[in-house]
Design a binder for this molecule. Structure first.
Ligand SMILES: O=P(O)(O)O[C@H]1[C@H](O)[C@@H](OP(=O)(O)O)[C@H](OP(=O)(O)O)[C@@H](OP(=O)(O)O)[C@H]1O
Ligand SMILES: Nc1ncnc2c1ncn2[C@@H]1O[C@H](COP(=O)(O)OP(=O)(O)O)[C@@H](O)[C@H]1O
Length: 662
C-alpha cells in the first residue's frame, strides 16, 4: 500500500515501494592528492574577483582559476604564463584564441624590430630566473615575429601546428629547457629579446595562425565535425590524426591517456579586450584574450530578436553577414533558468561587430549543454554519449559514427519483436570519407521535445573490458580527473600518485554513486521542452532523487507519467519475448524518453548498442539475475522494473495530491 504525501509536500516524502537492490564491487577510498590542491593552497592565497575565483601566489602572480572546473594550472603574471603544476586539464581560459581583424598602426615585426634594439627591460619581475614565465624568445623569434606580423584580414589568428609540441609543454615551470620556449604577452609594446619577451597591443594585430585556420576550421578538420559539445567527454572522438584538442576544458583526443592539448579553444574570452596574451613556443602559438568586467558576459549566447521560441545559439544560422537582427542575451542555465536579459543593443553594437568572427567559435563551443545544430533551423539534442559522434542525415535521419557491433545489433533488431522500440536503421553511409550508421531521428516527430536518457542495467562495462583491464591495465587520467571533480577523496593514494585510474575502477565507482548499482538504471540527462536541461545526475542515487528527476522531466504531469508507465510496461513485455534481448548482454544501452510540449505524444526507445554482445549459440540471459563475473547478466529488467515502480509511484502520488487539492 502506497502512502503519498499531502498535496503541498514533494515526492521526497512519498513512500515508494521496495526496490531490488543489486550489489556491485566497491573500491576503497584513498587520501586526497597532497601534491596538488593542498600545495597549491599553501602556495596561493585565495581572493575573489568578479565572481570567479582568482588565486594569488606568494610571489604575487595571479593564479586564475575557475572554481567550478577544479584546479587552475596557470599563473598569470600579468605579462606571462607559467604552470604551477602541469598542463594536463589546464583551464583553457588562459589559452585561447580567437583573433580576428584588428586595427593596426604598426606591424609586430616593426615593433619587434624596434624592440630588438631595446635593452634593459627585464622579464616579469615576479619570475625567478630559469622559470618559464618571463619568457623566452628563442632562436626562432624571427619566425614568431613573422607570424605575429602577418597582416592578413582572414578569420584566423590562432592555432598551433598539430604536429608540434603542445603549448603546454613549454608552460611547465619545471621545464629546464624553458628558455627555449616562448610566452608572449600583449599590452603596450615591449619586446625584449635579451630577456626574451615581447609585448604588444591588442589593436596591433595578431593575425594568421601557422595553419591559417580558424578554431571552427580546426575542429572541423581534426574532430571531423562542425560542432563540439563541451559538456560531453569526447573520449572516443576519432580524430583524423593524433592531435589533442582542448575545447573549453574538455580534452578531445585519440589517445585516452594523452591529455596535453595541442590546440586550445575557449569561449572564456573574446577578441576585443584591451590586453591579450600571445603564447608561443616559437613553433606553436595561440592567443588569449580576456573579457573586460563590463563586457559581454562570457556565457552570452546569440538570439534572434524576433524569435519567440527558446532559440539558442545552436539553432543559430552561422553565416557571417546577418548580425543585424541578433541580440546578445544571457543563456538559460541548467535547471535554474535565468531570465534572459537582453543587453542594450547600442551599447554593444560595436562590440557585436568585433565579435562577428568570434561568434563562430562561440557557436561551436558554447551551446547550452545539449543543443547542437546539425543544420540551419534543425535543433537536435544529444543528451549523453560522445561528442562528435553524430551528424545530421537526410530526411529525418541522423548519422552516428560507425561501430560494427552496434550496426550488427541494429541490423538484427530490424527483424526482431523490438523493432518498433529502436530507431529504424537505414544502413551505413559514408560522409567525408568516414563511415556512419544512418538511423531514424527519434525526435523527428516531436515539436519542442522533452528528452530524457536513462542508461539501463546494473553494470556499465563489459566483462570483456574487465578481463582486458586485468591483463593490460590502462591508466586513464581523464577518468581520474572526472572522479576528483565529483569527489576528491575517492582516489586511493596510488591513484593520486598516478593521477589516473583504470576504466573499470571509474565505471564501478560511477555506478556506485548513481542509481545504477542499486536500482539498475541511472539518469544521464534531461532536456525539457522549455529549454531547461541538466546532466547533473551523476549523484542521483536514491529512488526519491530519481523520482524527483522524473517529476522535473514530466513537469509533475500525472497523465504523462501514466503514459510513460504504460509505455514502459509494454516495452517490458516485448523485451521479455524478444529473441534478440534474450540472446544479448545489453550494456551501456539507454532508454530515450521523448514527449512533446503538451505531453500528448510520448515515446520510449532503446538506443546505443555499442556495448551489446551476443551470447554464445543457445545461451540465454535472464536480465534479472544478479551479476557474477562470467554469467554476463546485465540487470536490465531489474532496472526496468524499478523504473516502472518509480514512475508508477510518482503518478499515484500526483493523483493523491490532486485528489487532496479538491
Ligand atoms: O559518463 P561518464 O562518467 O563521462 O563516463 C563515460 C560513459 O560511461 C561512457 O558511456 P556511454 O557511451 O554509454 O555514455 C563511456 O563510454 P563507453 O560506452 O565507450 O564505455 C566512457 O568511457 P570511454 O569512452 O572509454 O571514456 C566513460 O568515460
Ligand atoms: N536515434 C536517435 N534519435 C535521437 N536522438 C538520439 C538517437 N540516438 C542517440 N540520440 C541522442 O544522442 C545521445 C547519445 O546517444 P548514444 O547512442 O548513447 O551515443 P554514444 O554511443 O556516443 O554513447 C542520446 O542521449 C540521445 O540524446
Amino acid at each position: 500500500m502506497l502512502e503519498c504525501p499531502p498535496a503541498e509536500r514533494t515526492i521526497h516524502s512519498c513512500r515508494l515501494p521496495l526496490f531490488l537492490t543489486m550489489a556491485s564491487g566497491r573500491s576503497g577510498r584513498g587520501v586526497t592528492d597532497s601534491n596538488s590542491e593542498s600545495d597549491l593552497e599553501s602556495l596561493c592565497s585565495v581572493r575573489s574577483r568578479d565572481h570567479k575565483l582568482h588565486r594569488t601566489c606568494s610571489n604575487g602572480d595571479m593564479l586564475d582559476t575557475d572554481s567550478s572546473k577544479g584546479k587552475g594550472k596557470f599563473v598569470n603574471t600579468g605579462k606571462a604564463w607559467k604552470s604551477v603544476d602541469d598542463c594536463s586539464f589546464s583551464e583553457v581560459q588562459y589559452l585561447a584564441v580567437p583573433v580576428t581583424r584588428r586595427r593596426r598602426s604598426r606591424t609586430l615585426s616593426e615593433m619587434a624590430e624596434g624592440s630588438r634594439q631595446t635593452t634593459g627591460s627585464s622579464p616579469s619581475a615576479n619570475c625567478d630566473a630559469g622559470s618559464t614565465c618571463g619568457l623566452a624568445i628563442p632562436a626562432e623569434h624571427e619566425r614568431l615575429v613573422r607570424k605575429l606580423s602577418n597582416e592578413s584580414d582572414k578569420d584566423a589568428g590562432y592555432g598551433t601546428d598539430p604536429g608540434s609540441p603542445s603549448p603546454c609543454n613549454f608552460l611547465n615551470s619545471n621545464n629546464k629547457d624553458s628558455k627555449a620556449n616562448t610566452v608572449q604577452s600583449c599590452g603596450d609594446v615591449v619586446t625584449d629579446v635579451q630577456n626574451h619577451t615581447i609585448t604588444t597591443d591588442l589593436n596591433e594585430s595578431v593575425s594568421e595562425s601557422p595553419l591559417n585556420m580558424s578554431p571552427s576550421e580546426i575542429v572541423k578538420k581534426y574532430v571531423g565535425t562542425d560542432y563540439l559539445d563541451p559538456t560531453t567527454p569526447p573520449a572516443t572522438v576519432s580524430l583524423e590524426r593524433n592531435l589533442t584538442l582542448q575545447v573549453d576544458g574538455i580534452i578531445v583526443n585519440n589517445d585516452q591517456t594523452h591529455v596535453t592539448p595541442e590546440v586550445i579553444i575557449s569561449d572564456h574570452c573574446g577578441p576585443d579586450k584591451d590586453t591579450c596574451q600571445v603564447i608561443t613556443d616559437g613553433q606553436n602559438w595561440g592567443v588569449h584574450v580576456d573579457l573586460n568586467d563590463d563586457d559581454i558576459p562570457p556565457d552570452y549566447v546569440y538570439r534572434r530578436k524576433s524569435s519567440n521560441t527558446s532559440t539558442t545559439s545552436s539553432q543559430f544560422d552561422d553565416t557571417e553577414d546577418d548580425l543585424s537582427d541578433i541580440e546578445l542575451t544571457f543563456p538559460q542555465h541548467d535547471e535554474v533558468p535565468q531570465k534572459n536579459k537582453v543587453l542594450h543593443k547600442s551599447k554593444h553594437a560595436a562590440r557585436r561587430k568585433s565579435l562577428q568572427q568570434w561568434r563562430k567559435i562561440r557557436n561551436m563551443v558554447h551551446w547550452s549543454p545539449f543543443l547542437q545544430c546539425f543544420k540551419k533551423k534543425y535543433p537536435w539534442v544529444q543528451l549523453a554519449g560522445h561528442a562528435g559522434n553524430f551528424k545530421a542525415g537526410e530526411g529525418g535521419t541522423i548519422l552516428k559514427k560507425h561501430c560494427n557491433r552496434e550496426a550488427k545489433c541494429l541490423k538484427k533488431l530490424m527483424g526482431d519483436l523490438l523493432r518498433s522500440y529502436v530507431p529504424e536503421y537505414k544502413g551505413d553511409v559514408e560522409r567525408d570519407g568516414e563511415k556512419f550508421m544512418e538511423m531514424e531521428d527519434l525526435l523527428g516527430d516531436f515539436d519542442t521535445p522533452a528528452v530524457m536518457d536513462c542508461k539501463m542495467g546494473v553494470r556499465t562495462y563489459l566483462e570483456d573490458e574487465l578481463v582486458k583491464a586485468r591483463s593490460n591495465p590502462k591508466l586513464r587520467k581523464d577518468m581520474y580527473q572526472k572522479m576528483i571533480e565529483i569527489d576528491p577523496t575517492e582516489p586511493t593514494k596510488e591513484e593520486n600518485a598516478a593521477k589516473a585510474v583504470t576504466k573499470p575502477r571509474y565505471m564501478v565507482w560511477r555506478e556506485s554513486i548513481s542509481s545504477t548499482s542499486t536500482l539498475g538504471f541511472r539518469i544521464e540527462g534531461i532536456k525539457k521542452s522549455d529549454g531547461q536541461s541538466s546532466r547533473d545526475y551523476k549523484m542521483t542515487k536514491t529512488k526519491e532523487q530519481v523520482a524527483e528527476a522524473f517529476k522535473f522531466f514530466t513537469d509533475g504531469n500525472q497523465s504523462l507519467q501514466k503514459k510513460y508507465v504504460q509505455k514502459l510496461m509494454a516495452l517490458r513485455a516485448t523485451l521479455e519475448n524478444s529473441t534478440f534481448f534474450q540472446s544479448h548482454e545489453v550494456i551501456g544501452s539507454s532508454l530515450l524518453f521523448v514527449h512533446d510540449k503538451e505531453g500528448s505524444h510520448v515515446g520510449v526507445s532503446l538506443i546505443d548498442f555499442g556495448k551489446t554482445m551476443s551470447m554464445p549459440e543457445g545461451q540465454k540471459l535472464d536480465h534479472r539475475l544478479a551479476w557474477k563475473e562470467g554469467n554476463r547478466e546485465d540487470g536490465y529488467l531489474c532496472g526496468l522494473d524499478n523504473m516502472i515502480a518509480v514512475f508508477n509511484t510518482l503518478a499515484e502520488c500526483e493523483e493523491q495530491n490532486l485528489a487532496e487539492e479538491f
